[in-house]
Design a protein around this ligand. Sequence first.
Ligand code: FUC
Length: 794
Amino acid sequence: MLIFLLSLFASSLYADQVPNCDSLWYQQPPTKWDDAFPMGNGRLGMVVYGTADEYIIFNEDSIWSGWSEKNNDREGSFAALQKIRKLLKEDAPPAEINKIAMDDFCSLHGYGKPDFGAYQSFFNAHIDFGHDQEDISNYRRRLDLSTAVADITYVYNNVNYQREYFSSYPGQVSVMRFTADKTGSIDLLFSLSSLHKKTSVIVKDNTLFLDGQVDTGVVGQDGMKFQAQIQFQIKGGKISQTEVVSEIPVGKNKIVYPAPAIKIEDADEVVVIMAGATNYKLQWPDYTGGDPSDKNAKVLNAIKGKSYEDLISEHIKDYKNLFDSVKLEIAGTDRSDLPTDTRRKEYKKTVDDPALEVLVFHFGRYLMISSSRPGGLPANLQGLWNNTNSPPWLGDYHLNINLQMNYWPVDLCNLSECMEPLTDWLLDLQKPGAKTAKIHYNSRGWVAHHSANIWGFTSPGPNRGVHMLEAESAAFICQNVWDHYAYTADKDYLKNQAWPLLKGAAQFWVDSLQEVDGGYLAVVPAFSPEHGPLTDSAYFQVMVVWDLFSNCIKASEILDIDHEFANQLKIMRERLMPLQIGEYGQLQEWRDQNLEKNVKTDKHRHFSHLYAVYPGKQIITGKDPKFTKAAIQSMNFRGDGATGWSMGWKVNTWARLLDGNRAHKLASTFVSSRVSDALWCLHPPFQIDGNFGYTSGIAELLLQSHIPLKADGAFYEIHLLPALPDKWASGSIKGLKARGGVLIDHMSWENKELKNIQVKANTTGKYTFVYKDRKFEVQLKKNAIVSLNKYLIN
Ligand code: FUC
């Protein structure tokens, strides 16, 4: 008994600590889901409300409606494409061109159709503790980013209650523990609800089993199967089975029926463990494999006999291994003594709390670790959190900026392993993408368009609008694929994973580029996301292809393969439609001047023609003064307003344009006005890309490494503090990565001057560091840390 009381005391000490600067904390429960805590292990997610009567949303990243449709690609569509190309050449009226595109070229399937599906909810848990919110005091809920553990503490009836929550990657389960500082004080009723019609709940051996199947909405078309198993371990008290009245929404009505639930009385401590799975398997063309209940049984078997302490310590060790790899500190005001919602209000008035800007940076890394780990699917538009079966934009993989943005911070912010789900998904997507390339474009290689899902959808369409025709999407995401190599210098990855993706994407464009006026090569038809007409004069696609070809040329040199192909790419790259500066000094979005006439007032959230600055590398600030100036002019015309993700992109772009103060201004707007109180990016609504874009943008202010040392070489200048904002005069950062396999183990600065830096490379060689107007070559020995002073001398 004494040991038990001591352990309770120890855990409440943890809860009573002053919130540290890595915490989000509040003195009241959330009123909206995007103010609750998102937690996850890359595959399983939960959104913890922390209300007196607890409500938790559980998610599993593969639960989708829809199915793997075998007829996505439209036979005969290539003839329609040829017609579109001809009509564009002849300057035919846009309506005529669009009609053919929509009626004869687009797939009959895809985004918005039942086969495409949408990311689905899993189930919700209701935990009735019998405590009224009005009757509790000293309430506090906190999400500790340094451990990925959330805790809720409060006093009810003179008893101190505490709850802890985490999702474990090593355990592959979500876990919660309820304790109190007086024995026998925990009573609860644990019940489940689901938004899926076909769901059943049973209790067996004090375990709740929720089995369900997604309704595809189409008779005869089976939906995905899923299952959750929820186990309970109690100390003291008793556990029994009971029933609660459950409501299931069916269209606009509800079915109300008694559902099995778990009742716990007079317990000292309760631990709840949730395993969840589906019968999904990432493998074209069927995408099914394994029984969800077998998958759950396997997971639960593997952790059998482990105590709560075992599970939480394993989780924290695993999580810290990733999270602690980077630490940013900026000198100045730190209002972590204030609850995070109050703190944001203060920040909005003063813009003086750099530690809050840092917290949002670290939150982006936390979200990445929580939503993208090996073995799972890539982070979708909402990471893996979802409270509905009809999420905004179907919770899909948008490929015209959003998925790419999700993965911008992974390598730079030292979370390279979080890239794996994206790589796996792309390697699979390439297969249906090759079929689409053949049928729709009569081309080799692979292609993908505006929106994709977990069912291998790569076709253009359906007929919702011309943005569905963005054929550069595969090439665009190949920038992430290449960058993962550039940062890690992992040649196995380059050879076995990146190269097939890059080469296939490039082959597609070798076959698909079209000759336009002046003998240049361009993408036809093209569309500047999500903006303007279907045309043969948009620059975005050409910029994307320019980078893809450049990356392939480098890869071929490094791997010493496919030189003939690389030579062909070099010749074609020379012929790509050259960038152009318009009459207002702007970088043109379209070659056709008529489309540029509103450039001064056009505030569209997409500014895809700035791709060449970020994430592309065609325009390099300082090296291309003429185009840099034009890019700045275009950014000024677009202005500083933006939706959530667009703001994130602007931070990165201004960082690349080396204007730290402008980037900081946008980053501040993001922190004060583009996130919820729980710091989720609000497009609005919640869309996670902005969180990731913000995080990579903050890192780009401190470190850049995209400038190649020679035109097609694979080594880069490592630019230290390239765009330090005035407001961040002193600070330090540990752990950012630079291209070329270099780790900036530590870097500090004071009064806007670099103080010292420790670096390490994973390959022996000479590396070039740049700080202000100083440039220095440093010899690094594999994995040996070298310290440099501000003159870059060791
Ligand atoms: C892009 C944007 C929209 C939205 C959607 C998910 O295509 O243009 O604003 O963010 O993705």
